[in-house]
Design a protein around this ligand. Structure first.
Ligand code: ARG
Length: 457
């Protein structure tokens, strides 16, 4: 295809390094789609006749049929673009040679990859939303269950199980916003940029944009052919979603352990050990956590490739596809498994309740002293003494004798007596966004709406 000026064909070693077909073959539907739009544009620009246009379009349709039947498997071509062109020659003969007029593989590959990315974004968005809906549905059933809320791995304050699940749902809302934002920037059409300086033929780029479903046309051909920011956008978004799934996974691995026992994974979302018959392993969540490293790696690898190169197309950019495909495929595999594991897990309310340590009422007691007029810093210190007294007496915080409490502060005896239930403790933090029932219900309502709708910026 580009051999005219060389006396020798590429060496085997160069070919092995240079060929991208094993990776980019999956762009064929986009390559055919964009090529058909290009044929229209060439016809309107007077470069091919209507008869040639019809021939080329029919030929490209037959090429698509062949490719759908597996024509790319084992093909010797350098990349998907040369493959499609060779197959087109086989279908329509010499007129195939007119397809590449005014076009370069530089604007072609950028266009194909953007088209592919738009589809991938929509698919991932749907899968993220499905996980969001699973978390919200589970939260709906988890409004009454109260468990310790943890910071630093230490029991801190009581919260609702629903509230914990929702804390993992909100990051997904932001992930979808990032995907929508990436989508907007991805939908800029590079086609018509030529190799770097624009096309030598008067193709109507606005019509091409409409035909291919892009939002805008790129403003500078040199930038457009070398711009992979959209890949970086998506890889970052995916890496962060991966981190979110990893955090969700890490938490559930802990809760599924024998020591916690807060949740039990369903049989069909658990794995066993080849040696230890008793094991019920949370591989889904471990893999979600493990794959996050790989997703981050894809993002870092692309940014590292981009940082060293000048404007315009450089062959370094061929690396973009392996990274993007890997990240999209990986996340597309992780998301449904995590969603299924969430949907099917059972909650052990008794184990959650058993983990509620009266020491977690220390803040409530400090707040009660504040209500009795003690400045908070002072009351914090007084309750600290109460906690120490309980530890020394070997009793839980609620069982400290009234006399000991009253000695620390006169208001403390009555405060201890009016502590109330765990439910009351959770309800006492009633600010919007807190763990109270009203807040949890408002969040469920809002998230239900957000995960039903298509993502928006
Ligand atoms: N296979 C190439 C890639 O994926 C297509 C663009 C090649 N352009 C070029 N001037 N060699 O980036």
């Amino acid at each position: 295809m580009w051999g005219g000026r060389f006396a020798l064909g590429p060496s085997e070693a160069l070919d092995a390094l240079n060929r991208s077909l094993p990776v980019d073959h999956r762009l064929w539907p986009q390559d055919v789609f964009a090529s058909k739009a290009w044929v229209h544009a060439l016809c309107r620009a007077g470069v091919v006749t209507s008869a040639e246009e019809s021939q080329l379009l029919a030929g490209l349709d037959r090429v698509a049929d062949k490719l759908a039947d597996g024509a790319a498997v084992g093909a010797p071509d350098e990349d998907v673009h040369t493959l499609v062109e060779r197959l087109l020659y086989a279908e329509v003969g010499a007129v195939a040679g007119k397809l590449h007029t005014g076009r370069s593989r530089n604007d072609q590959v950028a266009t194909d990859l953007r088209l592919w990315t738009l589809g991938a974004i929509d698919e991932l968005d749907g899968a993220v939303a499905a996980l969001g809906r699973a978390l919200v549905a589970k939260a709906k059933d988890g409004r009454d269950a109260i468990l310790p809320g943890y910071t630093h791995g230490q029991r801190a304050q009581p919260v609702r199980w629903a509230y914990v699940l929702l804390a993992h749902a909100w990051p997904l809302v932001r992930d979808r916003q990032r995907l929508a934002d990436a989508r907007r920037r991805t939908a800029e059409l590079p086609l018509g940029s030529g190799a770097l300086a624009g096309s030598g033929f008067p193709v109507d780029r606005v019509l091409l944009k409409e035909a291919l479903g892009f939002r805008a046309i790129s403003a500078n051909a040199l930038d457009a052919t070398g711009d992979r920011d959209f890949v970086a956008d998506v890889l970052f978004t995916i890496a962060l979603t991966g981190a979110h799934l990893s955090r969700l996974g890490a938490e559930l691995i802990t809760y599924a352990s024998g020591e916690f026992g807060f949740v039990t994974l369903a049989d069909n979302f658990s794995t066993g050990s080849s040696l230890m018959p008793q094991k019920r392993n949370p591989d889904v969540f471990e893999l979600a956590r493990g794959k996050a490293g790989r997703l981050l790696g894809d993002c870092v690898a692309l940014l590292t490739t981009l940082k060293g190169i000048p404007a315009g197309y450089q062959k370094d950019l061929q690396e973009d596809k392996a990274l993007l495909f890997d990240a999209c495929d990986t996340l597309a595999t992780v998301l449904p498994a995590v969603t299924g594991a969430i949907e099917t897990l059972t909650v052990n309310v008794d184990r959650m309740a058993a983990a509620l340590d009266p020491a977690m009422r220390a803040t409530d007691l400090a707040d009660l002293l504040v209500e009795a007029g003690v400045p908070f810093r002072e009351s914090h210190g007084l309750i600290g003494r109460l906690v120490r007294a309980a530890e020394e007496a070997g009793v839980t915080l609620d069982k400290v004798p009234a006399k000991v409490a009253t000695d620390i502060h006169p208001a403390l005896g009555p405060a201890l007596a009016q502590l109330g239930t765990w439910e009351q403790s959770v309800e006492s933090r009633a600010t919007p966004g807190g763990a109270s029932r009203a807040s949890v219900e408002a969040q469920i309502e809002e998230l239900r709406r957000l995960f039903q709708a298509a993502a928006s910026v």
